[in-house]
Ligand binder design. Structure first.
Ligand code: FAD
Length: 367
């Protein structure tokens, strides 16, 4: 056999595994069906602006070991994610905090904000929420729900909040301080130069073949490696023979504009139902760019059908049950390691993917 490992997917999981295996003297081939490395964290430079082609990616973690690990491949800047929301002609800070409440109700103190929310929740008198709308209302009250949650969530899921199950929203964090930092994590930032150079460093010295689909490749190269690391869709690996796992998809409209500052912030959410996109990303602000032009991306959620780009797994009871059955099948494949967001059918932030890949490495190599 030519290779020790055939690694399917040049995303973060596949690249961390390849880097670690290569470091241990293993001979790897990385293939990806896309025309570029990086998977969903791929960035493309336009006028010197690193465009996050598959949606805004902000690195945040409380895992010190993962933070130290990723810092060997890049220097991170001090970007703090502080999105704003536009509802009709009103603009609010996110996440829901004192800046949001002062704008919404003109109140000044945390006690006043708490009392307002409590009063709205009490008036609704929802004992046991039977759908997502009731769940959200019983967590944040009518005003925050109507202006900042309802339309956005309905666009994300493509259906009315009254038709969505309550478990989708377990909690809606309310912060009674003037703090617009979206994340609570200890470490946060954007790699200076974007994410692609991180993957380039990880894959340096390793054979990579792009535009190569695993299912075509193995037709002639079935026995090319002792083991396979598979980060594509687990149901596809098994020929969908138990059925299709479902996803929500996204469509991005990227636009280069001849102005230096379109919206003054990297992330602006559009929370009313009537605006068809959920958010506009202005990429230069991730790296405090001073270029004379700018690039924006509008993000449109969409239904997923087989063949579309899968973005968010729909982790409801039906799909989780189906995934468990595929995971059982996977256990019988002793020469295949399944990993990453598609191989594990779960939403993973980047830090969790790195952690999972390093755990797979430890299991495989014992160190
Ligand atoms: P991927 O990046 O999807 O890599 C898998 C690769 O496998 C792909 O390149 C694919 O082309 C390839 N592949 C699949 N099937 C085959 C096949 N049959 N043959 C060959 N190649 C194949 N995380 C954060 O921490 N912060 C964020 O702000 C954040 N924002 C996000 C925004 C969006 C819109 C989305 C969808 C995700 C976001 N994430 C974020 C999560 C982040 O994208 C993932 O954690 C990470 O990209 C997962 O890496 P992966 O290697 O598992 O998967």
């Amino acid at each position: 056999m030519k290779y020790d490992y055939l690694i399917v997917g040049a995303g973060l999981f596949g690249s961390v595994f390849a880097y670690e295996a290569n470091k241990r003297g293993k001979y790897c081939l990385v293939i990806d069906k896309r025309s570029h490395i990086g998977g969903n964290i791929y960035c493309e430079s336009v006028d010197g602006i690193n465009v996050h082609k598959y949606g805004a990616h902000i690195f945040h973690t409380s895992n010190k070991a993962v933070w130290q690990y990723i810092n060997q491949f890049a220097e991170f800047n001090n970007y703090i994610n502080s999105p704003v929301a536009i509802y009709k002609d009103e603009l609010y800070n996110l996440p829901f905090n004192m800046n949001t409440f002062i704008k919404m109700w003109g109140i000044k103190t945390p006690a006043q904000a708490k009392a307002k929310i409590k009063e709205q929740i009490r008036e609704l008198n929802i004992v046991e929420p039977s759908n997502l709308e009731e769940q959200a209302l019983s967590l944040v009250g009518r005003d925050v729900y109507e202006k900042l949650v309802k339309g956005y969530t309905e666009k994300q899921w493509g259906r009315s909040c009254t038709k969505l199950p309550s478990f989708i929203i377990k909690r809606l964090p309310l912060r009674f301080t003037y703090d617009n930092n979206y994340f609570n994590d200890r470490y946060q930032g954007i790699p200076m130069g974007g994410y692609t150079p991180i993957i380039e460093k990880m894959l340096s010295g390793i054979e990579v073949r792009l535009n190569t689909d695993y299912f075509d490749y193995i037709k002639s190269e079935k026995d090319c490696a002792k083991k396979t690391v598979f980060t594509g869709m687990i149901d596809a690996f098994f020929g969908y023979n138990l059925g299709y796992l479902e996803y929500r998809s996204l469509r991005f409209e990227h636009e280069r504009l001849d102005c230096d500052n379109y919206q003054g912030n990297a992330v602006v959410n559009y929370t009313e139902r009537e605006v068809p996109y959920t958010r506009i990303i202005e990429h230069k602000h991730f790296e405090f760019g001073k270029q004379p032009s700018t690039v924006i991306s509008k993000e449109y959620p969409s239904e997923w059908k087989p063949g579309d780009e899968p973005y968010y797994p729909v982790n409801d009871e039906k799909n989780n049950g189906l995934y468990d059955r595929y995971a059982k099948l996977a256990e019988s494949q002793s020469d295949v390691i399944f990993g990453g967001r598609l191989g594990s059918y779960r939403y993973y932030d980047m830090d969790k993917v790195i952690d999972a890949a390093l755990k797979a490495v430890a299991l495989e190599f014992g160190n």
